[in-house]
Design a protein around this ligand. Structure first.
Ligand code: C5P
Length: 222
């Protein structure tokens, strides 16, 4: 069994905040694998490699280093070939590139190798879409965090306002469509591992979700 807390789930389920805060409370590294897909798109753009050029992306990833370092506030930040892309990874353009590159099996397998090398020295919290199913199927803890499309749309609107892309109903419909696409794609589809605990937090506050999971893992980690 691996000393990994796997946090998977769809977007806007609150899993990133949860994973980040778990890492801080447990004093263990936080690995956000979405950032690694985004860094792949970012590094490819710098090298003029197209986001669907599978062999070129795979060759790039073989030589690239990705590592998480802690900043002065104790937060984990992704460095890519010793450069810090920071906020550049958060753009919608880079997110689209990440999604595109993430459908390519060779890209996924290179990132899998990098992700599996990240738990060499003790416990980690790793967050993504396929951590419990593909990256660490032997993780000691696996949680699949989700909420109804309507509730996730509410949260996205509260967080992003006008940038969320429409009314509550429109954002909820877009989220449901993306769920369907993500959960039916042939490579590493978004789905809970058979032995994952599904936490539907549609009717839970953020604190309730955090406390529920923290109480499950703390004795094993601390
Ligand atoms: O979580 P985040 O929005 O940063 O992820 C960016 C994109 O990377 C996602 O839309 C998804 O397509 C891809 N991704 C993935 N598998 C992961 C993490 C992210 O396919 N484990």
């Amino acid at each position: 069994m691996d000393n990994v807390i796997a946090i998977d789930g769809p977007s806007a389920s609150g899993k990133s905040t949860l994973a980040r805060n778990l890492s801080a409370a447990l004093h263990i590294p936080y690995i956000n694998t979405g950032s690694m897909f985004r860094a792949t798109a970012w590094a490819a753009q710098k090298r003029n490699i197209a986001w669907d050029d599978e062999p070129a992306l795979a060759a790039m990833l073989k030589d690239l280093t990705m590592e998480y370092r802690t900043n002065s506030a104790g937060e984990f930040e992704l460095f890519c070939d010793n450069a810090f892309p920071g906020e550049e990874l958060r753009s919608t353009e880079i997110a689209a590139g990440a999604s595109k590159a993430g459908t390519l099996p060779m890209v996924r397998s290179e990132l899998k190798r990098l992700q599996q090398n990240m738990n060499k020295s003790g416990w980690i919290v790793m967050e993504g879409r396929d951590i419990g199913t593909v990256i660490f199927p032997e993780a000691k803890f696996k949680f699949f965090i989700t909420a109804s499309p309507l509730e996730r749309a509410r949260r996205r609107l509260a967080q992003e306002g006008n940038k969320a892309g429409g009314t509550l109903e429109e954002v909820a419909a877009a989220i449901a469509a993306r769920d369907l696409q993500d959960s039916t794609r042939p490579v590493a589809p978004l789905k809970p591992a058979d032995d994952a605990e599904i936490v539907d937090n549609s009717n839970m506050t953020y604190e309730e979700t955090f406390n529920y999971i923290y109480n499950k893992v703390k004795d094993a980690v601390l």
